[in-house]
Design a protein around this ligand. Sequence first.
Ligand code: ADP
Ligand code: 5GP
Length: 206
Amino acid sequence: MAQQGNLIVLSGPSGTGKGTICKALLRSNPNLQYSISATTRSPRKGEQHGVNYWFFSKERFQEMIENDELLEWAEVYGNYYGTPWTYVAEILEKGQDIVLEIDTQGALKVKDKFPQGIFIFIVPPSLDELADRLWKRGTDSPEVIHTRLQCVREELKMAPNYHYLVINDRVSDAVNKIAAIILAEKCRMERNAQIIDNISSRGTVE
Ligand code: ADP
Ligand code: 5GP
């Protein structure tokens, strides 16, 4: 039986660069899969159902909650977001790693269920840079940008709940750091105790 994969959670204020980092990580790591969240938010220009998110009505989202289809869910910036459970379970069972790009409320719920997960908090180099990134991204209205910026200080207070902190100054540096964290976590003794047993039980020593 394959060793269970690792569940990796990435959080951080809106505009920090989580999506950008995730894309680069997925490109360079074929063993890593992306958990496509369900949301009641409207698609942004260029976003596709089943690629960026599963875009659902509030009624359908409510149904998913009632049917216990979500590993976690939360209301974030006025919309509902949640992680469909079946896909995550399948990937972990296959021995592949999966990354969840979710908010801090959802991350705490996942940590209760998966304390062995790898929890990484991503921050921008400064609040000014964060605002600049949100404006330049050009995907949200001024009202939405203001709402998101108003939440930043509260979100930053949640950082100590995570195992790792990564500053997204240069994308390639942040991606390399996260790849290094994942690699180091894979070598942790508690994830590999079985290897020692396997080595001991094979071959002879004179
Ligand atoms: P999030 O997923 O955290 O909301 P995005 O990945 O959408 O953030 O990034 C927000 C904007 O900032 C995008 O326009 C992206 O191209 C840009 N961006 C991401 N990382 C950096 C970086 N290190 N330096 C400059 N711009 C960045
Ligand atoms: P956006 O609307 O910018 O795509 O995402 C807004 C926020 O929702 C981000 O903080 C993002 O991490 C979070 N988010 C996305 N998917 C999920 C999810 O499945 N669960 C939770 N709890 N948060 C999510």
